[in-house]
Structures are given as structure tokens and as C-alpha cells.
Design a protein around this ligand. Structure first.
Ligand SMILES: Cc1cc2nc3c(=O)[nH]c(=O)nc-3n(C[C@H](O)[C@H](O)[C@H](O)COP(=O)(O)OP(=O)(O)OC[C@H]3O[C@@H](n4cnc5c(N)ncnc54)[C@H](O)[C@@H]3O)c2cc1C
Length: 294
């Protein structure tokens, strides 16, 4: 199938992009930014999505790159997933993003797909949204009306839905640096390498000088319409001695009471919960080991 006809613009700057989006919103025209096109192009071709105008972000330099900023990390929206994986700054400050990247599709997809596209597409089975939630990342958004920053935990509102208004552009993601001895792990189960996860988890932990858990982030994916933060399991871990944690119990606690877990041809809700609990236990064990021993 081919997409329905649309107009195409390739702005050269952020200001030009925001002006285009604002003009389209005022005229009630459906405009969509296109970044890597790895999700949007097939949706247009299958006519699961329609647009009046595609706004190509490739020439907008302000949206590209990853760098240390304000004591943390900033990653521009159009930074490709492959560049995220290669970036020494990402590896130093927010290694979960780099470690999750090889699990996204195949290298051809990661060479074109962007971090902003992945976050804006907001697939509940995708890796980056769960990583953003686990790390307490903040989503930076701009429009001609101004800029705002949205905590990742509030950005994802439902199936393929976000807080973004039609005239708003996701410009980047910022991650505060985690202090102390930190450990990170991401685990997923998929039928084949490169498929979306049936269930997955991203975990970050930080220990204090007594090897007690000072901070913890657990982001689940594949188990809901949005990424899910296992807040109760995280809270129960705060203050616990790292070498006394029962990771199996935490896995059960994170998944057992979860509502809205999908059942489909890839697995029932119960199956996803069991797999998810095992993955949380494994990832938490690995993250704690890394935090204790490096
Ligand atoms: C075979 C295959 C397997 C895949 N497997 C995985 C996987 O395992 N895990 C995974 O996470 N993903 C997977 N993907 C999706 C891939 O990661 C996409 O790259 C990603 O979802 C979207 O990024 P993109 O840059 O290509 O965005 P696009 O396809 O260009 O855009 C996606 C959506 O985001 C919007 N958008 C893009 N950029 C912005 C912006 N800056 N501001 C506001 N809105 C914006 C677009 O308008 C569109 O609605 C797979 C894709 C394919 C084709």
C-alpha cells in the first residue's frame, strides 16, 4: 500500500520548524514531524496514520547530539539510536540508554531511528520510554508558545499517546546524574532478536557508603499501554542492604498487582507477568552486583 498524499517540508532551523507546526495547528491541518521514519513511514504506508504535512527534522542542527549539561546529560531529539549507543557521554552519565539500544530492532533501524522518535511514538513495548521513566529523565518540549519540561513519568498518557500538543516538538531529553555507587541493567524477552519485547525491564540503583539502596528506578515495558514504573517495589527497596535483597520477591512485587497487562497472540497477561517478574529479579540482581563491585 502507499500513503495518502501529503505535503512535505524540510525546515532548516528549530524556529522554522516551530513556525510550521504552529501554522498547521492554526489551520487545523494535521502536521507530523518525521525523524527516522522507522515507525511513521510504515504507519503511513499501511494507512494507520494520515497527515496533511510531514515536517522533516533532518536538517535541524539544534536537535542533534548528546552532551553533558547542567551536571547531567542532554540528548537531542534527532540523535540516532546508533549515536546514543556510541556516545561516551551517554555511557558515562546514563548508561542505561546505551545498554538498551542494541535491543531495539536491527542495526539498520537503529541507524535511522531517533531517541526523540522513539519517545514521541510512545510504544509501551519500546525500550527507551521505560529507560526514561527508570532514570527520572525529563522530556523537553518546544512550540512557538514557549518551552516546557515534562517528567518522563507524566509524559506517556496512553497507547501511542503523549502529553505533546499538535504544535509541540520534542526537542530533547535530559537525565540528572545519579550520585553514589550505581548499577544498571536492562533485560527483555522477545520471540526473536529484534522483535518488540513480550516483557522487559530497565533498572537503575544507587547505593550509599554502607551499601544500602539510596535510590532505585524500575521501568517495565511490554506489560501495558505505556511504560510502567514499579513505584511500590522501588519504595520498598529504599534503605535495604544491597546484599540482603530478595530479588525474586521484588520481581513478584513489581508485577503481581499490575493491572492492564495485555493478552495477545504473543502471550497472556499471566505469562507476561511471570516473565516480567523473572526479568526484574535478574536485572535487579545484576544492577546491585554492578553497584557493589563495579
Ligand atoms: C522492524 C522494526 C522493528 C523495531 N523494533 C523496535 C524495538 O524492538 N524497540 C523499539 O523501541 N522500537 C522498535 N522499532 C521502532 C524504531 O525504534 C523507531 O525508530 C522508533 O519507534 C521511532 O523513531 P523514528 O526516529 O524512526 O521516528 P519516526 O518514525 O520518524 O516518528 C515516530 C513518531 O514520533 C513523532 N516524532 C518523531 N520525532 C518527533 C519529535 N522530535 N517531536 C515530536 N514528535 C516526533 C512522529 O511524528 C511519529 O508520530 C522497530 C521498527 C521496525 C521497523
Amino acid at each position: 500500500m502507499k500513503p495518502a498524499p501529503f505535503e512535505y517540508s524540510a525546515p532548516e532551523s528549530l524556529d522554522e520548524t516551530l513556525a510550521l507546526l504552529a501554522d498547521c495547528a492554526e489551520r487545523d491541518e494535521e502536521a507530523k514531524p518525521i525523524a527516522g521514519g522507522q515507525s511513521l513511514t510504515p504507519m503511513l504506508a499501511l494507512r494507520l496514520a494520515y497527515v496533511d504535512r510531514l515536517v522533516d527534522l533532518r536538517r535541524v542542527a539544534e536537535l542533534r547530539g548528546a552532551e553533558r549539561r547542567d551536571g547531567g546529560l542532554w540528548i537531542g531529539a534527532t540523535t540516532t539510536q546508533a549515536a546514543v549507543q556510541r556516545s561516551p557521554d551517554v555511557t558515562a552519565v546514563a548508561p542505561l540508554f546505551a545498554r538498551a539500544t542494541p535491543l531495539i530492532g536491527h542495526f539498520q533501524i537503529r541507524n535511522r531511528g531517533t531517541i526523540g522518535g522513539s519517545l514521541a511514538h510512545a510504544d509501551g513495548s519500546a525500550e527507551y520510554p521505560a529507560v526514561a521513566v527508570a532514570l527520572d529523565a525529563r522530556i523537553e518540549v518546544a512550540s512557538r508558545r514557549g518551552t516546557r519540561t515534562i517528567p518522563a513519568t507524566e509524559f506517556f498518557t496512553g497507547f501511542l499517546s503523549t502529553e505533546l500538543a499538535p504544535d509541540e516538538l520534542l526537542t530533547g531529553v535530559s537525565v540528572p546524574a545519579w550520585s553514589g555507587r550505581c548499577g544498571y541493567a536492562v533485560e527483555e524477552f522477545a520471540r526473536r532478536h529484534g522483535d518488540f519485547a513480550i516483557a522487559g525491564v530497565a533498572v537503575a540503583v544507587a547505593l550509599d557508603e554502607d551499601a544500602r539502596i539510596r535510590r532505585c528506578g524500575i521501568g517495565l515495558f511490554g506489560v501495558g499501554a505505556t511504560p510502567v514504573r514499579a513505584v511500590d517495589a522501588e519504595t520498598a527497596l529504599i534503605g535495604a542492604a544491597a546484599d540482603e535483597v530478595s530479588t525474586t520477591d521484588v520481581g513478584h512485587a513489581a508485577l503481581s498487582g499490575l493491572a492492564g497487562v495485555p493478552s495477545d497472540l504473543h502471550g497472556s497477561a499471566d505469562y507476561r507477568k511471570r516473565v516480567g517478574a523473572a526479568l526484574v529479579a535478574r536485572a535487579l540482581g545484576n544492577a546491585l552486583r554492578e553497584a557493589r563491585h563495579g
